[in-house]
Write a protein that binds this ligand. Structure first.
Ligand SMILES: *Cc1c(COP(=O)(O)O)cnc(C)c1O
Length: 417
């Protein structure tokens, strides 16, 4: 493929960074010296405010406030307060989003609740290459329901054709974790509704990185992740969205006490809380919530249009540089070039992807490997510079040109890749 666009030079890169409206946000994060961090889609970096906030919550609120802090420090409202902030990032209203549990568990709640709203239908439609936990949770729920329901998996291009009159719920991930391919959220939601089905969107690789308008699309349910582009910290709690119109009839099976209408009435029978609070289960992790709020607050400072524009510019630049500098090494771009189908990551397939990524990490360029053969690079617009993209592409070229990856130590696999 040829392009008539001028190839980037160090001068154009310098100019891009100098004019970047998001550049001031970089200083809000702790980014270690000598690291180009292209894995913020898997674990975002530490917001500087989070370090202080964690100490404050531990020493003042926990240490001195003790049990009183559930009220006096607002711990009991934290899940809802952060949910209301998150709503602004995904086109939802206050009271439609709440922070709780993990993405997997929230998916289970949404799926169970969605199936219960379509009792005469028995099929869950999803994508064959969906993130495995999403498919596992569906399989687990189907087994729990006694095998009355089935999972229909389709290729990414054939989702719409798989939705039919038997479909209860369409469960999709907006941006694919392995390819960076993005679905048309509005079009597939419309398609599901035309067939009478409900939709659950997994926004794990979208929230904080790409524009999402859940209410604009009339989406039914959504879940998403706190530790990726929201920079909420390792194992940060996740979130769940239930459209206001479904909240009265939404029932989820993990009917814990904090989802009860009156947790401190200690009644013997479960009565769901009004609104989104019925999606809660048990006691929230306050230290983790405190850190997550710091990440969400920074994300809210960045206008989404600027985030998206920079994300596309960073990913475009990386694709261009890698194709220019690494041609002939057998890298195959698996991320779509079309803007309306691209999330905020760039992935290349290569038979030696694993050792190549290890060699990159040894040089401070941190991306990750996704089985079976994908080099994955996430581009988080809040803290990455165009110069980082330039350097990363050149270090990748050097690793390939010199075959620096072809060493036994780079083939050792740890548990987390
Ligand atoms: C990261 C990710 C998850 C993570 O689920 P957890 O329960 O938080 O471990 C779920 N779904 C998708 C699509 C993801 O990318």
């Amino acid at each position: 493929m040829t392009t008539s666009a001028a190839l980037p030079t160090p001068e154009t890169i310098f100019a891009l960074d100098a004019c970047d409206p998001l550049a001031p946000l970089r200083s809000r994060f702790h980014l270690p010296e000598g690291v180009i961090y292209l894995d913020g889609n898997s674990l975002g970096p530490l917001p500087r405010t989070a370090r202080h906030r964690l100490v404050e919550v531990a020493e003042d609120e926990w240490g001195n406030g003790l049990i009183r802090s559930w009220n006096s420090a607002g711990w009991i409202e934290l899940s809802q307060r952060i949910g209301d902030k998150l709503a602004r990032l995904i086109g939802a209203q206050p009271g439609e989003v709440i922070v709780a549990d993990s993405t997997s568990i929230n998916l289970f709640k949404a799926l169970a609740g969605g199936l219960a709203l379509r009792p005469d239908r028995r099929v869950i439609v999803s994508e064959r290459d969906n993130f495995p936990t999403d498919l596992y949770m569906a399989q687990g729920l189907i087994a729990l329901l006694g095998g009355t329901h089935g999972l229909r998996l389709a290729e990414a291009d054939a989702i719409a054709q798989a939705i039919a009159a038997d479909t209860a719920v369409v469960m999709l991930t907006h941006v694919n974790y392995r390819t960076g391919r993005m679905h048309d959220l509005a079009a597939l939601t419309r398609c599901a509704h035309e067939h009478g089905a409900l939709v659950i969107w997994d926004l794990a690789h979208s929230t904080g990185a790409v524009p999402v308008d859940l209410n604009g699309a009339e989406a039914d349910f959504a879940v998403g992740c706190g530790y990726k582009y929201l920079n909420g910290g390792p194992g940060a709690p996740a979130f769940i969205f239930v459209a206001r119109r479904h909240q009265v009839s939404f029932r989820q099976p993990l009917a814990g006490w904090l989802g009860h209408a009156q947790p401190f009435a200690f009644e013997g029978c479960y009565r769901p809380a009004e609104g989104i609070a019925r999606a809660l289960c048990g006691t929230p992790p306050i230290l983790s919530l405190a850190a997550l709020e710091c990440g969400v607050d920074i994300a809210l400072e960045a206008p989404m249009a600027a985030v998206r524009a920079k994300s596309l510019a960073l990913t475009d630049l990386f694709i261009t540089l890698v194709e220019q500098r690494c041609s002939g090494h057998g890298l195959r771009l698996v991320t779509p070039r079309e803007y309306d189908r691209r999330g905020s990551q760039v992935c290349f397939a290569h038979p030696d992807a694993f050792p190549i990524m290890q060699a990159l990490i040894a040089r401070g360029v941190i991306g990750d490997f996704r089985a079976p053969d994908v080099l994955r690079f996430g581009f988080a617009p809040l803290y990455l510079r165009y110069a980082d993209v330039w350097d990363a592409a050149h270090i990748l070229a050097e690793v390939l040109d010199t075959r620096a990856w072809d060493r036994p130590e780079f083939r050792q696999r740890a548990i987390v890749t």
